[in-house]
Design a protein around this ligand. Structure first.
Ligand code: SAH
Ligand code: TYD
Length: 392
């Protein structure tokens, strides 16, 4: 499927930067051999992950709790009692590793975006600003030894050269060490038509079948899978050296679910494309109708996902007045491609719109809990996952 020309999803910018704004062709394809869904054109990682990276993990309280539970589970089940060592890629502002640092566990964060890495260092988290690959894995083993646990959240699917990553993990893990990572799950994207997960940073859309195939080529084996109710539906994969640990029955069970859902069949993706097109048409019809009625619509959460929605659907600032976001680096800038102003949360609170378009739908629970006042004032929500709908 092609989504047309797209800018960098996290590339919030100023009007002076419009002439140089970078665009690429956002398209996806399914490989019937390895079962992977992936982007057809890739953006250079240095254009996405750098010293002005706009995504700070700790903007969600609920995600901080999620990663605390994740870290506690690792400490309970997978660390050697003597001098354990944990490595995390894409450790961002330290949202996960802060738990290991507080517990005094030896750790290393690998985070190429220098600004978010600096925030982590400020919290006392050991972090290096590099892109993880096989070569770096060798250097880490030489300096710090092998790891008990190698972690990654919402980062594995970002790395195009996954074979080098898998080879590196094989070198880095102790004989009974585990790789645990989680990413948005293809099964959820198909079931919820959550096409906004598709953008430059997400090179891959994983399933248990595709992940098993990939790591299987590197002597590694999926030993457990745990669905996660975060970021709109994610899957956590637990992977070990082949034969090192027992394989949970959950793995075969989830693969059977994927077969039933048709994740191995091209027709499933044809249907997904039709569902995406319908979702776009319905959302645009609604926004145009609200404009005709003279209603004010404001976006809630300048997510990277919203870059796909605004650009693919053609949402312009005359339909959505501004996007409210709590991240300082995004405020005062304009959204990539669509150039909708991004304003601080106070702009939303000070003058409630008639409708809030929930771009951060994956944080709906957290957001609904704190926006009772908006509802009391007569404000309505527009959601588009899994269906375009208005709710009070
Ligand atoms: N783990 C955090 C951050 C996810 S955002 C969370 O779940 O909230 C993805 C992060 O991965 C970014 O901070 C980006 O800089 C980092 N990243 C991208 N490519 C990487 C690579 N090759 N190695 C390590 N980190 C990478
Ligand atoms: P998120 O959905 O986590 O990630 P992505 O960029 O990968 O799609 O981004 C959530 C954005 O929404 C982030 O910029 C912070 C913002 N936000 C708010 O403005 N208010 C909130 O209450 C929450 C939870 C997030």
């Amino acid at each position: 499927m092609s989504f047309g020309k797209m800018p960098i999803a996290n590339g919030f910018l100023t009007p002076e930067q419009y002439p140089e704004e970078y665009f690429f062709e956002l398209g996806t394809a399914f490989c019937p051999h390895c079962k992977m869904v992936q982007l057809t054109e890739l953006v250079d990682e240095r254009k996405m992950f750098h010293e002005n990276y706009a995504f700070f993990s700790s903007t969600s309280v609920r995600m901080a709790e999620h990663f605390q539970r994740f870290a506690k589970g690792v400490m309970k089940d997978y660390l050697d009692p003597s001098d354990p060592f944990v490595v995390e890629i894409g450790s961002n502002d330290g949202i996960m590793l802060q738990n290991f640092a507080r517990a005094g566990v030896r750790h290393l964060g690998i985070e190429p975006s220098a600004n978010v890495a600096e925030v982590a260092r400020g919290k006392g988290i050991r972090t290096i600003s590099e892109f993880f690959n096989e070569d770096l894995a060798r250097r880490i083993v030489a300096e710090l030894g092998q790891a008990d646990a190698f972690l990654g959240a919402n980062v594995m699917c970002h790395i195009p050269y996954l074979h080098s990553v898998a080879a590196g993990i094989r070198i880095l893990l102790k004989p009974r060490g585990v790789l645990m990572f989680e990413d948005p799950y293809m099964g959820d994207i198909v079931q919820k038509t959550s096409y906004d997960q598709i953008y430059d940073e997400h090179a891959f859309y994983f399933s248990v079948a595709s992940v098993s195939h990939l790591f299987g080529e590197h002597g590694l084996e999926v030993i457990d899978v745990l669905p996660q109710n975060v970021h709109g539906g994610s899957m956590r994969y637990v992977i070990a050296h082949k034969g090192a640990r027992p394989v949970s029955a959950a793995v075969a069970l989830q693969r059977a679910r994927e077969e039933a859902l048709g994740l191995h069949r091209p027709e499933t993706y044809d249907q997904l494309r039709r569902n995406i097109e319908r979702s776009r048409d319905e959302l645009m019809a609604l926004l145009r109708d609200l404009k005709r009625q003279g209603k004010r619509v404001v976006g809630y959460g300048a997510t990277s996902k919203s870059t796909t929605v605004t650009n693919y659907c053609g949402i312009t600032p005359d339909l959505v007045e501004f996007i409210s976001d709590t991240t300082p680096i995004k405020q005062g800038k304009f959204s990539p491609g669509a150039h909708i102003p991004v304003r601080p949360y106070s702009a939303f609170q000070e003058r409630y719109p008639d409708y809030a378009l929930l771009f951060a739908w994956n944080h709906a629970e957290e957001i609904m809990a704190k926006e009772q006042k908006f509802r009391d004032a007569g404000g309505k929500w527009i959601n588009y996952v899994p269906k375009v709908q208005v709710s009070a």
